[in-house]
Design a protein around this ligand. Sequence first.
Ligand code: DLL
Length: 434
Amino acid sequence: MIWNEKFETLSRQELEELQLTRLRKVVERAYTSNSFYKAKFDERGVKPDHIKSLKDLQNIPFTTKKELVDNYPYGVFCAPLNEVVRIHGTSGTTGRPIVVGYTRNDIETWSELMARALTCTGIQKGDIIQNAYGYGLFTGGLGVHYGGEKIGATVIPLSGGNSRRQITVMKDLGSTALTCTPSYATYLAELAEEMGFNPAKDFKLKMGCFGAEPWSENMRAIIEKKFNIDAIDIYGLSEVIGPGVSIECPEGKHGLHIFEDHFLPEIIDPQTEEPLPYGEKGELVFTTITKEAFPVIRYRTRDITSLHPQTCVCGRTMVRMARITGRSDDMLIIRGVNLFPSQVESVLMEIEGVEPHYNLIVDREGTLDTLEVQVEISEKIFSDEVKQLENIEHSIVEEIKETLGVTCRVKLVEPKTIQRSEGKAKRVIDKRQI
Ligand code: DLL
């Protein structure tokens, strides 16, 4: 199902014409309404009327997270505050937060994109969406909420947390779709079992729309099996709009369609800042071409992925991005080897008896980095013989060494001892920074 056939299936030529018109408009807006952008453009000698083709985007300077933080709270807004009808923001756990604003048109755009995204997953009028993304400054809750209402689905605005009640609601109200972070979905499945349900049989769930944190293909398989649903990957970030920047379709499950009539994606080499061709992995950069209050121009997301232009079996023509491996700032460098937590997750979830709850503890002994993988194993195995535990431990060490090239220590821990998350999971404890 396609929500907006006209835009989602544009030919490349039609799309590029539209993108250019919109790009020129947003550059003009940023330049004339905001001194931060004006100064940046002037420094490079770029004027809005220099944008004659989409390629000219590459002459415009990048915008970084640091610049947004430095201009806290309203320095990057491109609309007067009295036209801003909503504020969201990042949590700022790693420093000062970023606040983002939306005009009434921006809220309409976002709702349209979330309507497209939810429709793309197969959710429609008649579905009951259990929305367990947090409501508040975080964009997940209200993003799904507005999109869900727009397509005429029934939205239950539960927000994250209150987990036992989530299970009761799922059962009693007959939720057919679950929206939350993948880590929270695994916790809800576990809790449902603890409460005496069989999550694969006792609920009406058909699909889940999961995102806001990196998750592996193997984690998808676990969630799909536990709930007997299609688990779809949804991507977005507050600075760009929130959820609804890109979405997978159940037909393909091989990359997320970017709504390119609103966001221009680029992939760059994060070191040299040079653009990379389709198919190559690098840092994702976005220019929003329709937002009013908080457009971002060549914004460096730090998310690592690649772009794939082939038209999808679902009929959408927009470019797809591969599942995000991680953020460049989440990348761990262990004794010179680069690895993302999601790659460790992928290895762990292949191993029989291992549960989808883990922590990675990074430390330094003398001059050597160390990685300890703490992972829960199933109740049954935990109470079995020591020999079996040793085998699992050995398999994890070997598999991580072979697949990722890093030697690690493994600590198998009792079921339900690793902290569960109601939103984004925090799985890495890097003691080198303490
Ligand atoms: O996480 C928006 C969102 C809400 C997306 C609900 C999907 C669903 P922020 O809190 O600003 O916004 O965090 C954005 O989260 O730059 C990525 O690093 C990460 N992220 C978001 N979606 C995915 C995903 C929301 N599907 C940051 N896979 C982004 C991997 C994701 N990482």
